[in-house]
Design a protein around this ligand. Structure first.
Ligand SMILES: Cc1ncc(COP(=O)(O)O)c(C=O)c1O
Length: 396
């Protein structure tokens, strides 16, 4: 049986290998509840698949569009888990979800186009679309009555709008999109002709008390301008293997993705081992993801209970992702100054809101990662609580 206990967290190896704001990058003694990456090792089936493939000692060039069996596995998993009907021939394996976002942006955006990006949302939407030449139009993304309010999205669309970034489920807000909102976004795409960058990397980390609906549930015929992203970093704990894919339903759009990806010249492409690992994830490891989800849900509920009793901070209940995104305006400090002080004095690192990671609308918030053991989370929250108590008492 898979366990997500303290003794399964290999702290020594994390200190050596876990970069991107995590254990290998923080000073000794600091607990990082930071980048959206898990503290647990991946499922053993993934390691076995990599070892098995490696035994023969051949790491030859792979098919330029990826291993056919990997593309088939992605298609099967999208169907089985999310009800999406995607032809394996229209799935392009790539070296990460981030790459898929970049490829989609470069395939469809011309310099001078506008792209509508939620504020807040993961920084990759802005950076990939901007790098492709887009002028970014920020859509203030607020939660009203337990869902993201898209009622005035249309006022951010102009004749120059070429792409809208849909992060479903949404990082860092942790919300899934109800069918009506997806319908509304699709109707606008149909009315104005813009493309949708549909990033579903978080779609397997949906809590048991919530429901994920893919935009494809509204019918493939309506989704010809939807360009989608999937990846393995969040659900399967293999971020360093850089595995992901872009997919769509329109063969002409797929050709554009292939061209922008540069896989035909071998400038782009995904490593054989990353495909083998990705395939093992999809074919054999959903039992692990589901157990991980159950563990994270316990962590979420525990953290929300603890945060509710802390001063200067408030948090709603997310439906998906393994991050919390609390409001810390009650501390009277800006997000960055707060996180620096929490790290320096209280030895817990969390991610500040603000322009750098999520957009200017995320100021006044912080992001807390829950993908760790109960014990590490508890100690991290103890430190957060001690810090907030001190900071808030100084205010009075
Ligand atoms: C919404 C979203 N898309 C893409 C990525 C990048 O994933 P990958 O590691 O596969 O590049 C992240 C990582 O946090 C993310 O949150």
């Amino acid at each position: 049986m898979v366990r997500f206990t303290q003794d399964t967290v290999d702290y020594k190896t994390l200190k050596e290998r876990a970069y991107n704001l995590r254990w290998a990058e923080v000073p000794e003694g600091v607990i990082p509840l930071t980048a959206a990456d898990s503290d647990f090792p991946c499922a053993p089936e993934i390691v076995d698949a990599i070892v098995e493939y490696s035994k023969k000692g051949y790491f030859s060039y792979t098919p330029k569009l990826g291993f056919p069996e990997f593309r088939q596995s992605i298609s099967n998993a999208l169907k089985r888990r999310k009800g999406e009907e995607i032809d394996p021939d229209l799935i392009l394996p790539l070296d990460s979800a981030a790459r898929a976002m970049s490829v989609i942006a470069r395939a469809f955006i011309q310099p001078g186009d506008e792209a509508v990006v939620c504020d807040p949302v993961d920084f990759l939407f802005k950076t990939t679309m901007e790098a492709a030449g887009a002028k970014i139009v920020l859509f203030p993304t607020k939660i009203v009555d337990g869902r993201i309010d898209f009622s005035d999205l249309e006022s951010y669309i102009t004749p120059k709008t070429k792409m809208f970034g849909l992060c479903n489920p949404h990082n860092p807000l942790g919300m899934c999109y109800p069918r009506e909102d997806l319908d509304h976004i699709l109707s606008l795409s149909e009315k104005y002709g813009f493309y949708i960058m549909n990033d579903e990397i978080w779609s397997d980390i949906v809590y048991y008390d919530a429901e994920f609906t893919s935009i494809y549930a509204l019918g493939n015929e309506r989704n010809s301008r939807t360009l989608s992203v999937f990846g393995f970093s969040k659900s399967f704990s293999i971020a360093g293997l850089r595995s992901g894919c872009a997919y769509c339903t329109d063969p002409e759009n797929f050709e554009k993705l292939v061209e922008a990806s540069e896989v035909m010249s071998t400038v782009g492409g995904i490593a054989s081992l990353s495909q083998v690992a990705g395939q093992a994830c999809l074919d054999k490891c959903y039992y692990w993801v589901d157990a991980f989800r159950a563990h994270i849900q316990q962590n979420r509920d525990y953290a929300l209970e603890r945060i509710a009793a802390m001063p200067g901070i408030t948090c709603y209940k997310p439906q998906a992702t393994f991050v919390l995104f609390p409001d810390v305006t009650g501390t009277g400090m800006n997000s960055e100054a707060l996180t620096i002080r929490l790290e320096d004095e209280f030895k817990v690192r969390i991610v500040p809101g603000g322009d750098k990671f999520f957009g200017p609308g995320s100021e006044g918030h912080v992001r807390i990662c829950l993908a760790t053991s109960h014990e590490i989370l508890e100690e991290g929250l103890n430190r957060l609580e001690a810090g907030l108590k001190k900071i808030c008492s100084e205010k009075q």
